[in-house]
Structure formats: C-alpha cells, structure tokens
Design a protein around this ligand. Structure first.
Ligand SMILES: [Zn+2]
Length: 695
C-alpha cells in the first residue's frame, strides 16, 4: 500500500472502520501485526517475570491484538466474501497458524506459568485469574509443550497431517455431494413435491444446461444438497426416486475418487497416537479433559439415561408411521416401511395431526415486530434496554443494523451489537452465528460488541422480512450467545463473555433463549400479521406447542446414535482390539436405532462434524448443554411463567450468574449458583414429552 496511514485492521480496541477496510489491507496488515507480535513474544520470553502483570497480561494483549485483526478478516470472509479477500486470507492463514503454534508451544511461557502457579503470589490471585492460569497451562500441555524433542517433532507432524486430512475429508464430502445428480423429466415423478422445490430444481436444471426447464414442465435437477434433498424425501410420492436419493445420501464419499474410508482410519489412528503422546489413554480422554463433563463415565451415564427415556417413544413413533403408511390410500401406500419412507410419512402424519403450515405462520412474524418483542423480553428478564443506533458507526452492508445495550440505570451503554439478518447469495456464508467484534478486557475498560448474523428470508416487494418460526427461534438462539458475550462482568479478556467456556457448556444461554419461543405471552407478544395487524391466534399457538414434541423420541435417539458412535470410535485403539469403524457403527446402531441402517450405510464417510470439524469425541456436547439449558428454563417455569415479578427476579439471577460470570468460573459452579443445585435431565425430558424419569 502506498499510503502511510494506519491500516484499518490494526485499529484495535475501536469499532471497526467497515467503510475503509478493503481486501488489499489484509496481507500488509497481518504481516505487519505478526512482526510486532513476534517481537513482543520474543521480548516476553527473554525477560520473563512469573506474575500476573508480567506474564498473563502481556499474553492477553497479544491475543487481543491478533483476535481483533484476524477476527475481522474471518468476519468479512463470512459476510462479505470475494475472491480477493479469500486469496488474501489463504495467503496469511499458514502464518497465523504457525504463530499460534509458536505461542502455544513456548517453553519459557509454559515454565513461567508453572512458576506462577507454584509461587507464593498465586493464592493472592482471585479465582478467575487462577482459572485462567490453569487453562493456559492445559492448552500448552495439549499443544505438546511438555514433549521432548523427538516426541514433539512427531506431534507436530501429526498435527499437520491431521489438518491436511480434515481438509481432504471435507473436500471429498463436497465433491461427492456435487457428483450425484438425479434428473427427472416426467412430471409424474415429481408428484407431491411443493411448488418451491419444483422452482428450485428447475432453476438448478437451467443453471446446468437445460435452459428451457420450468417449474411446471421440468426437467428438474435434484441433488444431495439439503434444500433439494430434504423436501423431496419429505414430499415426493415416487418411492423408487426416494430410495435412489436416500441410498446415494447414506453412501456419500464412500467409494471411487472421493472415498473417505481410508481417511477415517488414518484420522482415528493419528488422533489415538497423539493422545498417547500427551499421556492420555485415548483421544476421548484428551477431548474430555478440557470439557465440563468430568469424565467419559459421566457422558456415558447421560447418554444412557436419555436413551432409556427415548427408545420406547421412538418405537412408538415408528409404529405410528407404519400404521399411517399402511392406511394410506392410492399409490403412496406402503406395506413395509423402509428408511426412505420415514421422512415422507413423518410429514404426512404431521399434517394430519397438527394441521398448520410454516408458510401460514410467516405472515405473523415480520422482523421489526419480532425484534421489538425480543428486546421487550430481555428488558423484562434482564433489565437491559436496547436502543437503535443505526448510522453511528460504519457497517459492511446496507442491510446491517447497529444497536446499543443499556444497563438498568439506563445512563451509559454497556455493550453494542451489529445485526445482519438476511440471506444474501454470493458473498454471505449460510447458517447463523454470533461472533465477537470487541471483547471486554483490560480491567473492564473496553466494551463488548457482538456480531449477530442470520440468514433469514429477505424483504420481498417492499414488505418487511416475514420470518418462519425456525428463523425466529434461530434469532433467539444467536441472541442468547450475544447476551453472554455482552453482559459479561469478567474483567479479564481471556475469560470474559464466551471465552474460556467449556465446549459442552457454551450452548446453555443460546438454547435457553429458544425456550421463550414456546412461551405463549412472548410468542403472541412478538407477532403481528403483516396485512391485518392481528396477533397470532391462541389456537395457532396451541398447535405450535403441541407439535413441539412430535417425534421427539426419534429425534433424541438419532442424536444419541451420533454421539455414542463418535465417542465409541475415539475411546480405544480399534485395530488393536480387532474392530473396524463399521463393526463399531453396527454395534452402536443396535442399541440406538429402531430401524437399523442399511448394510451399505456409510454415514461416517460424510460425518464432517467429527472428522473435519471441532466435534471429535464431543458430539455429545449438544445434549450435555441442552440438559443445562432446559433445566435453567425450568427455574422460570417453577417461578411462574405468568408472574411478571417472579420472572424478573429469576431473570436477574440468570443475568448475574450465567450471563455475567462467563469463562471466569467453572460452569458447574455457575450453574449451581443460578439453580441452587446440580443440573438434572428431568426438564429436557419433560419438554420433549418423554415424561419425567423415575427417581
Ligand atoms: Zn449456538
């Protein structure tokens, strides 16, 4: 860059200048920053003083600087993607990763932290500071700092091999997904499918050489991408086509050039070797060492308890589908229910039982009204007020809104957030997430700022965005993460907000907030029909509430199947015990499925969560955190969901514990401080209609 002005990526601690940042800032900015940080790290290592201010504070400063600049690049990759930005990101990624490794494996820093912990000053630190030191020590151990030269060389080799295998695994899944195409040219074979699917499949056909394809006449191009696959499995009457799709889906990436079979064996073997190097008996032990769950036994216990509570319900769900399928008249009738019939008949039975459609609900949930209702709810519960501040800072897209959050005194903002609500094809990643813009740190000097990113339906024809019920729930979910980030009272940057919270506890506030979508007063309060201005009718709320537990046992069991399988694969040395991944899969399926998988099922070949994501030996976290969130919500039920002052009192307690204490306190202590006792799965089972367990 010719300019001598400060690179806007390096203005750390301030609201980002989205009006100035360009992809061309990334390479020079990150390069300059890394030079500075390496220098800081060198000096820290050379003059190490094993004290809080001499060691931990400089580490916090390094992580803040890197987090701000590199976090901004990651944020823009998600919401304002471009080839130029992607290239710049790819160019700098290896450098950022190797700096991270250098930091994590620093022997002088590790020894300094150990001296700090063993020293006389340690007991004068507060509990949060001591927890931060313990975390830093554990992270260093997990990064291989304690290994001798030979072992560390091997450890680093494993790390880079695993990173490469993970990328290949997910590339294969993507490529195998794209490699399968099902063309349909006979309209009879599209019978039953909704108009939206026909439009999408015809558009897909036009983009792939059939310029004249129409929604009515076809041809239609169906792939294994969820927006095409799922509606076809749920609504397509043609059973042979459903079977074809289903078989293709469960055998993805299991043969030919995109075969993940050997990659899985390699990944599992390397993870096992890495765990042994670090002194653990298995990768599962290593994974759980940094989680809230005390040990594998505790996870086993929870999974087994939930399995016991859901298996009979799942069997009943299956029986109900079988009889519904057998009673169906006409061509759709099925004598023997197969795996490719389940989604189809589950939808038919849902329609028969609950009699409403997602489309019908949308008109009741225009975004401005939903936001107003959400803000009113968090005002009632947590005593905060949220004020629109559009225009007070720059944003990355005109649709993005900016808000400030005020505390109970209403005088001074305590936090702020950006909201990027709509799906945008081309430059925005799918899904929804909460990201950190600024964190609280430096003794509370800096104010937390969050990014809330959703991908909901955009406004059409001058009318506001009309949200589906799922989109409303997603907004509440991300807002829950945002509240934990923004309402933190932890003064240390390494443990404020969602930082330093165990992986299996971090979904507590987010899943907690979703519960309010089933609270009559809240949901009706945030609804207004986009044309008639009428609130959601009580009768419609009753149907939504009744549908909440539909097939809950089956859904629970499916998650337990994945969680148990993930854990089983990571807890022993499979080749040494004469097992392979398929024999493990069959063993687990016997206990956790009611309709056994096909003999050729290769679900594991596309299980990205555990082979290319962060969920290895951690898939159980979804259920672990759901126990916490449901039990937390039950405190509000006990206080009285109709009693405004009881809700406010319980809400303040939730704010002062779960939302305030962040990663500064062990999550079990935080939970008990709120609930007055350890967590119990009873509320989760009750909300799922699976009855309270026998005590
Ligand atoms: Zn979440």
């Amino acid at each position: 860059m010719a300019s001598t002005e400060t690179n806007p990526l390096l203005l750390h601690g301030t609201l980002p200048r989205f009006d100035l940042i360009k992809p061309s800032h990334v390479e020079p900015g990150i390069r300059e920053l890394l030079v500075e940080l390496v220098d800081l790290l060198d000096r820290l290592e050379a003059n190490l003083e094993p004290s809080w201010s001499g060691l931990v504070e400089p580490l916090e400063a390094i992580s803040e600087r890197l987090g701000y600049a590199w976090g901004l690049v990651g944020h823009l990759i998600g919401v304002k993607n471009s080839d130029a930005l992607r290239d710049a990101h790819a160019a700098m990624l290896p450098k950022v990763v190797s700096f991270g490794l250098r930091l994590a494996q620093s022997r002088p820093i590790f020894e300094g932290l150990e001296a700090l912990r063993a020293g006389a000053g340690f007991s004068s630190l507060d509990a949060t500071q001591r927890r931060i030191v313990e975390t830093l020590l554990r992270e260093a151990r997990h990064a291989g700092v304690g290994l001798d030269e030979t072992a560390r060389t091997r450890f680093n080799e494993i790390q880079s091999e695993l990173a490469e295998l993970a990328t290949r695994f997910s590339d294969h899944v993507l490529d195998a997904t794209q490699a399968f195409v099902m063309w349909i040219s006979d309209p009879v074979e599209m019978a039953g499918t909704p108009e939206s699917l026909k439009q999408l499949a015809a558009q897909n056909a036009r983009e792939n050489g059939k310029e004249n394809a129409t929604a009515e006449q076809g041809p239609w191009r169906i792939t294994l991408d969820a927006p095409l696959l799922i509606p076809f499995l749920e609504h397509g009457e043609n059973r042979r086509r459903r079977e074809e799709l289903y078989r293709a889906f469960v055998t993805r990436a299991s043969s030919g050039e995109f075969d993940n079979t050997t990659l899985i064996d390699q990944i599992l073997a390397l993870r096992h070797e890495m765990a042994l190097l670090l002194g653990f008996e298995s990768f599962a032990e290593l994974s759980i060492d940094s989680k809230m769950a005390p040990d594998i036994g505790a996870v086993d216990g929870l999974l087994e308890e939930l399995r016991g509570a859901s298996i009979d319900a799942a069997r009943r769900d299956l029986e109900a589908l079988r009889s519904h399928a057998g009673e169906t008249r006409g061509a759709a009738r099925v004598e023997t229910l197969e795996l490719w019939d389940v989604a189809y008949f589950a939808e038919r039975l849902r329609e028969a039982r609950f009699d409403y459609s997602e489309e019908e609900l949308r008109s009741y949930f225009p975004l401005p009204r939903v936001l107003k209702g959400l803000f009113a709810l968090v005002g009632r519960l947590f005593g905060v007020s949220i004020v629109n501040a559009d225009g007070e800072t720059s944003v990355w897209h005109p649709d993005v809104r900016f808000f400030r959050v005020f505390g109970e005194d209403g005088k001074r903002p305590i936090a702020a957030f950006f909201l990027d609500p709509y799906s945008r094809s081309g430059d925005k990643r799918g899904g929804a997430w909460m990201g950190e813009c600024l964190g609280r740190g430096g003794h509370g000097a800096s104010m937390p700022v969050a990014y809330l990113v959703c991908n909901q339906t955009p406004p059409i024809d001058g009318k506001p965005s009309q949200m589906s019920f799922d989109e409303v729930a997603t907004l509440f979910h991300e807002f829950g993460h945002g509240l934990q980030h923004m309402l933190t009272r932890v003064e240390y940057g390494l443990a404020s907000g969602i930082r330093n919270i165990e992986w299996d506890a971090v979904e507590l506030p987010s899943q907690f907030m979703e519960n309010w979508c089933y609270h009559r007063e809240t949901l009706i309060g945030l609804s207004r029909h986009v044309d008639t201005d009428e609130p959601l009718p009580d009768a419609l709320f009753d149907k939504i509430e009744a549908a909440r537990t539909y097939r809950a046992g089956s859904q629970m069991l499916r998650q337990l199947y994945f969680a148990s399988l993930d854990l089983a694969l990571h807890r022993e040395d499979l080749p040494a015990s004469g097992q392979n991944v398929l024999s493990v899969q069959h063993r687990i399926a016997e206990r956790t499925t009611v309709l056994p998988p096909l003999e050729e099922d290769r679900l594991l070949c596309s299980f990205g969560h555990i082979f290319s994501g962060g969920y290895a030996a951690g898939y159980y976290s979804y259920k672990w955190a759901e126990v916490l969130s449901a039990d937390a919500f039950s405190a509000f039920e006990e206080a009285g969901l109709e009693d405004a002052s009881a809700l406010a009192e319980t809400g303040r307690r939730f704010r002062d514990t779960v939302l305030s204490m962040g990663g500064g306190t062990p999550p079990m202590e935080v939970f008990e401080a709120f609930r007055g006792r350890p967590p119990s799965p009873e509320a989760l089972l009750r909300h799922s209609g699976l009855g309270s367990r026998a005590r």
